[in-house]
Design a binder for this molecule. Sequence first.
Ligand SMILES: [Zn+2]
Length: 332
Amino acid sequence: MDVERIGIEADSAGQEFFLRVLRFRGTGEAPTVYLQAALHAHEVPGVVALDRLIPRLEQAEGENRLAGDVIVVPQANPVGASQALFGETQGRFDFNGRTNFNRGFPPAGAETDLARPVDERLKSTLLSLACEADIVLDLHCDHDGPVYLYVHERMLEEGRTLARSLRARAILTDSGEDPFSFVLKVNQRWNEEGRANDRRFSATVELRSMIDVTADLAEQDALGLYRYLVETGTVVDRLQEAPAEEPVTGDIGAAELVLTPAPGAMMLDVEVGEWVAEGQRLAEIITEAGLERHEIRAPFEGMVLTRFNRRIVRRGDYVAKILRHERPASAG
Ligand SMILES: [Zn+2]
């Protein structure tokens, strides 16, 4: 394993950020895989999964079982990780430019352009590292959710392979017309470089909830990622068959955020992964005890993909994300 340290000059005097990039060398016969965690710097289930995956990769490299290179960026966003407000790390939006770290990507070549703010140079550096690879996985998590994926609609079949390895519950597809996210941007750059005909795959992997950070889940996710690397041929190993459920799939537009029209204390009625009927109550909002109650209902039949992870809500906050989908006959 080679460790590279890439310095990124801060926009404040006397400060420098850096990225640690781990490179595991394969024989070049199989796809190169790029993995990064915590682009949203406060989303750490991916960080602990990579912590458990790295020793497996070191072992595979040591035993000459790597047929493809693996590039790992365990903490992709030192800028966001440095931002704390009132005791809480705020890793989703850049404090200075207010841009979501998973949006607003600059053109290629911006990584050393000091006329650009540090978040853009960081994103550009990550993109150029990722674009070296054939397969790119960007590890995130949701407020409160299952393991699920976002993939380009043309990549749904490969998405199913990844979903089975990770035992993901759902896949959301996107046309990629507006390459707003890191993995869609990677895809766009591959297209621009004329590498679109090769076998390329990129996915945003949502590893459950903010607080789903345990040794057991880290081990489970590391094994899922490792299983996927074996599936793609990048790591040579023999693993026992694992039971996998087919994920529920839908277009990104079919996953709708249900918002609350009233502020107050929220009591949720539904669990992540639960199937709901149109009109079924999702939550009750108590605006003022003894006075006002508001009921939030499902706009259509579908699956509760994610839930808001706070119990105090303001008007317009999201309650749950429902994936519009017919309830499968097999669902309990
Ligand atoms: Zn995220």
